[in-house]
Design a protein. Structure first.
Length: 303
């Protein structure tokens, strides 16, 4: 009997020794996101064995060392390679899976102000700007920011994070989220009244015409005559279609900004709100005397 117990103990010891020496095996399960950004949530479940340390790379620039990271949210559409490294001592194994995050189509946001609301369609042919705008709106980045620059007959501008709670007289217009976005010029996206466009730094410091990560403007503009359109064509070297010229003559806009600043959306409801904000009294630096606050939320992903 004692001998049998000794054999069992030896067997268990050998088994424990084998397990302690076994190489880690990396494995995980990932649920495919059923919604496009900015609500693309993926649940990760760690299925690794014989590991004590973990290193996750979600393919979007973010990482984690948690055993079970749980839910991860992707803020941009695209294909991502997710890698998990499972380690134990000096031994390590990795495994990867591809996650496809759908992009929204014909999505809209609601921009709320004290002068009324605007519904804005975000263009699908400027995906970098669209995805970034959706991300910031979802995070509440724009809530209580100001339209800090208003020029009647031209545009209304906002999106500077420094404008939140800014005292009267404070200069605004230089703030941002800490990054810029590559220009996405599309010829058919022009600066008609209601166009949503990205602000940017001008001059030789920004030869690529990269957009601000958060600041934007909405065009008010004015009707453009045939002579003005001809001058614009001569200066830009771009020939407008008859339909585009007619739209500028009837709707109005600022054509000299075309292909200089990225247009990535259009106001589809609430054009009158632009005129109301454009008519407010402004002080030095074109800042409204009375704050014009905003709030932006995702209205429809259009899927």
């Amino acid at each position: 009997m004692t001998k049998n117990i000794a054999y069992i103990i030896c067997g268990l010891s050998a088994l424990l020794l084998l397990n302690s020496c076994a190489a880690p095996k990396a494995a995980f399960k990932a649920d495919s996101p059923d919604q496009p950004i900015p609500f693309a949530k993926v649940q990760f479940e760690n299925k690794s064995k014989n590991a004590t340390a973990y290193a996750w790379d979600f393919g979007d620039g973010t990482t984690s060392t948690k055993e079970s990271p749980g839910e991860h949210i992707y803020s941009k559409a695209g294909e991502y390679t997710v890698t998990l490294k499972a380690g134990k001592g000096k031994k390590e194994q990795s495994t990867s899976k591809i996650i496809n995050v759908k992009e929204p189509k014909n999505c809209t946001v609601e921009l709320e102000t004290g002068y009324g609301n605007m519904t804005i369609l975000l263009y699908d042919d400027t995906p970098e700007h669209r995805d970034n705008f959706l991300k910031l709106a979802t995070e509440g980045f724009y809530d209580d920011l100001l339209f800090h620059r208003v020029i009647p007959g031209f545009m209304i501008q906002g999106g500077d994070p420094n404008s939140k709670g800014a005292p009267a007289g404070q200069g605004l217009g230089t703030g941002g989220p800490g990054y810029t976005i590559p220009a996405e010029f599309v010829n058919k996206n022009i600066h008609l009244k209601g166009a949503l466009a990205a602000a940017r730094t001008g001059g030789p410091s920004n030869p690529q015409k990269r957009s601000s990560g958060s600041q934007f403007y909405i065009v008010q503009g004015k009707p453009i005559s045939e002579a003005e359109m001809n001058t614009t064509e001569q200066r830009s070297g771009y020939t407008y279609s008859d339909e585009e010229k007619a739209a500028y003559a009837e709707t109005g806009g600022v054509p000299f900004l075309d292909r200089e600043y990225t247009v990535f959306g259009m106001v589809t409801e609430g054009l009158d709100v632009i005129d109301k904000i454009g008519a407010v009294q402004t002080a030095r630096g074109d800042r409204p005397v009375e704050d014009v606050k905003m709030k932006i939320k995702v209205k429809n992903l259009g899927m």
